[in-house]
Design a protein around this ligand. Structure first.
Ligand code: SF4
Ligand code: SF4
Length: 218
């Protein structure tokens, strides 16, 4: 006889699949430091991610700020294999809604009421203007197009992407030096580097004396 699940058994499987996106309900937890900014990563609008509503890897429709993974793994950085969630009393809204046995509530807030970097940063933070410049110079809103056409890109399109990858790295290096940012802070302020996002859609990365070169399969 099987028993229908009606409560969380704290197995941690959902936490191992990745940290949650943050919502408006989490803002006070971030501002008070209960969810530290150093644990956050930005998924920029247009980045490719698994969409729980469709089950597909597709561009995110809005910017998301998530709790980051552990090292190179997606498992939530707040998850401890021995003790479970290390921020349980202050866990994000999405974690409170998640019931693996009934996903209606969590699916209802996918890409809805979510926080962006601009909700989290103070209006006068000098990095607000820097982030806006980065979005203008190094957008990633065409990754869905690149994903669908990676074998069909024109030389002009490939060159433009390569230029943008180099501009992205120059921009980050300058901001890291100007604002003394560590890697975690960089991932919150600017998301993942463009060359990593393009690797997801089929680009191969080569370091050359002139800078990063992108290779594409035909
Ligand atoms: S919600 Fe489900 S998967 Fe997540 S910890 Fe609880 S029982 Fe495990
Ligand atoms: S914050 Fe806690 S409950 Fe939420 S995914 Fe991370 S470890 Fe799990």
């Amino acid at each position: 006889m099987t028993t229908e699940q009606t409560a969380c058994q704290k197995c941690g499987n959902c936490c191992k699949q990745g940290g949650p996106a943050l919502h408006g309900q989490d803002l006070a937890r971030i501002k008070s430091g209960k969810i530290p900014v150093s644990s956050l990563i930005t998924i920029r609008k247009g980045e490719l991610a698994s969409n729980p509503l469709t089950g597909k890897i597709q561009p995110v429709a809005v910017e998301l700020v998530k709790i980051t993974g552990t090292g190179r793994q997606w498992a939530c950085c707040c998850y401890d294999a021995e003790s479970g969630c290390t921020v349980y009393a202050d866990r994000p809204y999405a974690c409170r809604l998640l019931k693996c046995w009934d996903t209606r509530e969590i699916l209802a807030v996918v890409e809805k009421y979510t926080l962006s970097r601009f909700d989290i940063l103070e209006k006068g933070d000098p990095l607000v203007a820097v982030i806006k410049d980065h979005e203008r110079i190094c957008p990633c809103d065409d990754l869905g197009f690149v994903q669908s056409n990676s074998g069909l890109l024109s030389e002009e399109q490939k060159n433009e992407l390569e230029k943008r990858v180099r501009a992205d790295l120059r921009f980050r290096n300058r901001a890291i030096a100007d604002f003394q940012l560590n890697v975690r802070a960089e991932l919150f302020y600017f998301g993942r580097p463009l060359f990593q996002l393009l690797q997801q859609v089929g680009a191969r990365i080569f370091e050359t004396p002139a800078g990063i070169h992108l290779g594409w399969d035909k």
